[in-house]
Design a protein. Structure first.
Length: 282
């Protein structure tokens, strides 16, 4: 938790430096120093709220004297007209924090909203939705938190916390068998205990994984529905299964019905629409 807090604080300070620079000259020019006021976070679109905890940290870093009264917590379903929180104190400080608060909360809420819709669709299928590494640079940790707030499951956080042997790795390694063998040797040599997943593109590659072992999960990439059903039957519980490639809100249930344990969707983070909201003086 300490590392996450340090990461968040650094992110906020860097983002403020990018936005504020040497000073918010508009506010300094138009509003007298010492003026106090208040503002409300107004929801303008239906969805799942996410990022309140980040907003609190932004306000704290901008000005510890700002006071925030939270009315709606992260993970709550919201509607137009809802007010998530009030913030009061220095007007200069509120305006300095405004855009960063909105940028983060709108994006995180958009991700949580889409994830939540997909989780509801999956319902009792038993299939879980995963995010990917298709994230905004330096915002990955927040986007993955937003996925969890929406009820989804985080895949690996980065290249360091899981072995994921993809098509390029297989091709560069010389094949499925060679990639799996090299992975086993590497983990043993380094004394690492990491989950191993391998991507397969067809039935032939799938059979090679089944024959060689050495993986915890098989990623079935761009399989048709019929191919996916056959693959899950062939695996027969020996590995966890994950489907990816071309999965959307419109077809995710059909993929889940094939019996896979997971579906992974880059669309959760790489092309999501932000949830509309604003910070309004009142």
């Amino acid at each position: 938790m300490k590392e996450e807090q340090e990461l968040l604080d650094k992110f906020i300070k860097d983002a403020l430096l990018e936005d504020v620079g040497e000073g918010d000259h508009t506010s300094l020019a138009t509003i007298a120093a010492g003026n106090e006021g208040r503002a409300k976070l107004l929801i303008k679109e239906e969805g799942t709220l996410a990022g309140v905890f980040v907003a609190l940290e932004i306000f704290r870093i901008v000005d510890p004297g700002l006071r925030v009264d939270v009315f709606i917590e992260d993970g709550t379903e919201v509607e137009p007209g809802d007010v998530a929180f009030h913030v009061s104190g220095s007007v200069h400080s509120i305006l300095k924090a405004e855009r960063l608060v909105l940028n983060i909360m709108q994006r995180m809420s958009g991700i949580a909203t889409v994830t939540g819709r997909i989780v509801k669709q999956l319902g009792e299928t038993g299939t879980k939705v995963l995010d990917t590494r298709k994230t905004t640079p330096n915002m990955r940790f927040l986007e993955k938190i937003a996925v969890k707030i929406g009820g989804g499951v985080n895949h690996r956080i980065g290249l360091y916390d899981m072995i994921l042997i993809k098509d390029n790795h297989v091709d560069y390694a010389g094949g499925i068998r060679q990639a799996l063998l090299a992975t086993r040797e590497y983990l043993q040599e380094k004394g690492l205990e990491l989950a191993v997943e391998i991507e397969v593109r067809n039935k032939k590659e799938l059979m090679e994984v089944i024959e060689n072992g050495g993986a915890d999960r098989i990623l079935l990439d761009n399989f048709t529905y019929e191919e996916l059903k056959e693959a899950v039957a062939l695996v027969a519980g020996r590995f966890k299964t994950e489907a990816s490639g071309g999965i959307t809100e419109e077809n995710v249930v059909e993929y889940a019905k094939c019996g896979v344990d997971y579906v992974s969707m880059g669309a959760l983070t790489h092309s999501v629409k932000s949830l509309d909201m604003s910070l309004k003086a009142f």
